[in-house]
Design a protein around this ligand. Sequence first.
Ligand SMILES: CC(C)(COP(=O)(O)OP(=O)(O)OC[C@H]1O[C@@H](n2cnc3c(N)ncnc32)[C@H](O)[C@@H]1OP(=O)(O)O)[C@@H](O)C(=O)NCCC(=O)NCCS
Length: 210
Amino acid sequence: MREPLVIYGAGGLGKEVLSLVNATDSYEVKGFIDDGISPGTFVKGVRILGGCNELLSFDSPINLALALGSPMSKLDVLKKIDRSKVHFPILRHPSVILQEASAIEIGEGTILCAGSILTTDIRIGSHVLINLKCTIGHGVAIGDTSSLMPGVNIAGEVQVGSSVLIGSGVNIINRVHIGDNSIVGMGSVVLRDVEAGITVAGVPAKPIRK
Ligand SMILES: CC(C)(COP(=O)(O)OP(=O)(O)OC[C@H]1O[C@@H](n2cnc3c(N)ncnc32)[C@H](O)[C@@H]1OP(=O)(O)O)[C@@H](O)C(=O)NCCC(=O)NCCS
């Protein structure tokens, strides 16, 4: 039997997570939580249950998926909710390839979207988003609450910090370190380490602002 699940965020990513969950046979989506849409509204046939406060009113623990691309938004929600009442399952589209599953660690609440491929000796933290068609090579580590947008390619031994946002179509060469809370602009090619807290972009990627 499918377990009930609630999705936080009913925007574009929320709709994609709904369709990912519907492609698995593990969970059944019972509703969305969204702070910007009136409770009772339906999004793709699924009811908006309410905003963040609604989560505090549940009596029994619920399965929750954070369909939020921005690391800051994920941290905001995680700060507000009562963690004893929420379980964060790992959600993986059936097409995702874990080439050597026994050598890949994935933390709670991480979402792996269709077409992504992870090879071996990989550590993915909690609440990470690996969007469509990403490739992650040997020895890569990705910190908690980071988000990879569609089509990111990460070569071997790369260390990505926590709460990092990597834009769509980014390519990262082997062995670089991407600091916590940094942003890599879409389409960039990263050839050198990225300092914590800065935004880089371009080919090759260079800082555009602190
Ligand atoms: C990097 C990013 C966060 C910067 O956004 P921003 O802070 O609003 O920056 P701006 O748009 O004001 O741009 C600042 C400068 O950086 C340049 N720049 C911004 N993004 C760039 C990119 N991806 N590649 C190259 N240059 C870029 C701009 O041209 C501008 O240059 P200028 O000062 O010479 O005019 C944003 O452009 C980006 O790439 N976001 C990720 C989007 C994404 O992947 N979405 C996924 C959808 S599924």
